[in-house]
Design a protein around this ligand. Structure first.
Ligand code: ATP
Ligand code: MG
Length: 403
């Protein structure tokens, strides 16, 4: 039922290395779930009877990162593939509904599986010994159901992030919540209000990128709002539409959603984005939220100058963002089409001007005015008043400066 070819060599190698030293080792977590659904995974977790020190010793010749020794986790990297190995754990007592007060190492894979959140995430697999599935997770994978391990209310109150996790699995996997789990989440959603934004951000990132994100937002908005700042003036319909319309661009989805829900920068920053995406995302939010962005009906010249400053790709992303956030697509589609012409003409940025700041300075333009003059020249060119050639441009500057 599980296809071995979906398991990378590196993962099999970790399992056998631990076992060769006399320890138990099992594949666990999302990877087992993915394998049971007939697909490979990007995220490989191993549960083992070895302690972190023992793992560090066994893998001393490999590239090892002790990412969470306190929680028993050691990461090994083979050819760029990360494998996380964690000592069997039992979490125990939870005080504030956030994180176990301490973790202790468990003595068996059974202990380890029973502290996990949902039955579909509480299955262990070994390539020769097969599955350990004490909570009938396989059946739930087949029925596409998310069900708590043990008593729903108790498990959710131990760590309220599990409510958010359940809903993000609806979005990512397209599964349904078991009715009892769903009722409990709806009832106790407000207790998610003290969760740290970093933990929520990870789940939100995954939720918004899920294939059922729009559906999930529509159905569970009331619950999800409990995880967001109450000051935000949410527009749930806009939020749904901005996600629904936008299938292919996760970053624009995040930006559109954050704007539709009127979320602050701190919240946007909590999403797991790489540096380049975060920078672009912030620019788009700024354009939308401040008067840096021209009025929607501004003339093309104004847009073009903005494109010259921020870059054509960010400007195009801004247009697409507006397509997601409005009913009036046509206006933004037309602006988008106009940028194609600029690119064809090959004149898109201030850097494409046939003169530069040094030229202006030698004509006596004071340094503080150079930026403004370059912009004016750019505008003169795009409005057809002068050609983008050195001599005529310098002539214009001389005229402006009366020399
Ligand atoms: P993904 O495919 O998105 O990585 P995942 O199921 O692997 O999904 P992770 O957040 O990577 O999710 O967590 C790995 C495993 O750790 C889960 O499958 C689950 O067994 C367990 N787990 C993670 N977070 C919790 C939690 N808050 N409470 C209980 N168990 C958890
Ligand atoms: Mg995972």
């Amino acid at each position: 039922m599980i296809e071995r070819r979906f398991i990378p060599e590196a993962v099999l190698h970790c399992l056998s290395k631990l076992e060769a030293k006399g320890f138990e080792a099992w594949l666990v977590g999302g990877a087992v779930r993915d394998l049971l659904m007939g697909q490979t995974s990007t995220d490989w977790d191993i549960a083992t009877s070895a302690t972190p020190d023992q793992m560090l010793d066994i893998f001393r010749h490999d590239l090892v990162i002790p990412i969470g020794i306190k929680h028993g986790t050691v990461r090994v990297i083979f050819n760029g593939l990360e494998v996380d190995m964690t000592t069997y754990r039992v979490d125990g007592p939870y005080h504030d509904g956030r994180r176990p007060a301490r973790v202790s190492f468990g003595s068996s894979i059974h202990d380890d599986l029973s502290r996990r959140d949902f039955t579909i995430n509480a299955i262990a697999y070994h390539p020769t010994r097969g599955l350990i599935d004490p909570f009938h997770g396989l059946q739930d994978v087949q029925d596409r159901i998310i069900r708590a391990v043990g008593e729903a209310k108790a498990r959710l109150m131990e760590d309220t992030l599990r409510m958010m996790r359940a809903i993000r699995f609806v979005s990512v996997l397209g599964f349904s919540l078991d009715p009892l789990l769903e009722q409990t989440i709806v009832r106790y959603a407000s207790s998610m209000d003290n969760l740290p934004i970093e933990r929520l951000g990870i789940e939100w990132t995954k939720l918004l990128a899920g294939k059922k994100a729009a559906h999930t937002i529509a159905v569970y908005m009331a619950v999800l709002k409990a995880t967001l700042p109450s000051s935000a003036e949410a527009k749930p319909y806009l939020a749904w539409r901005s996600v629904y319309k936008n299938e292919s661009e996760p970053l624009l989805r995040f930006v559109a959603f954050s704007l539709a829900m009127d979320l602050p920068d701190t919240w946007f920053d909590a999403l797991m984005l790489n540096k380049a995406d975060r920078r672009l995302g912030r620019t788009l939010r700024r354009l939308y939220l401040t008067d840096l962005g021209p009025a929607d009906d501004a003339p093309h010249d104004v847009w073009r100058l903005l494109g010259a400053k921020v870059g054509i790709e960010p400007l195009r992303a801004y247009y697409r963002l507006n397509v997601y956030l409005t009913d009036n697509d046509k206006h933004w589609q037309a602006l988008l089409a106009a940028t194609d012409t600029w690119v064809e003409e090959g004149f898109v940025s201030l850097l494409d001007l046939a003169v530069d700041g040094n030229d202006l300075q030698s004509l006596g333009v004071p340094p503080s005015s150079i930026g403004t003059v370059l912009e004016r020249l750019f505008q003169a060119i795009i409005s057809g008043k002068v050609k983008n050639e050195r001599a005529p441009l310098l002539e214009v500057v001389r005229l402006w400066y009366n020399r």
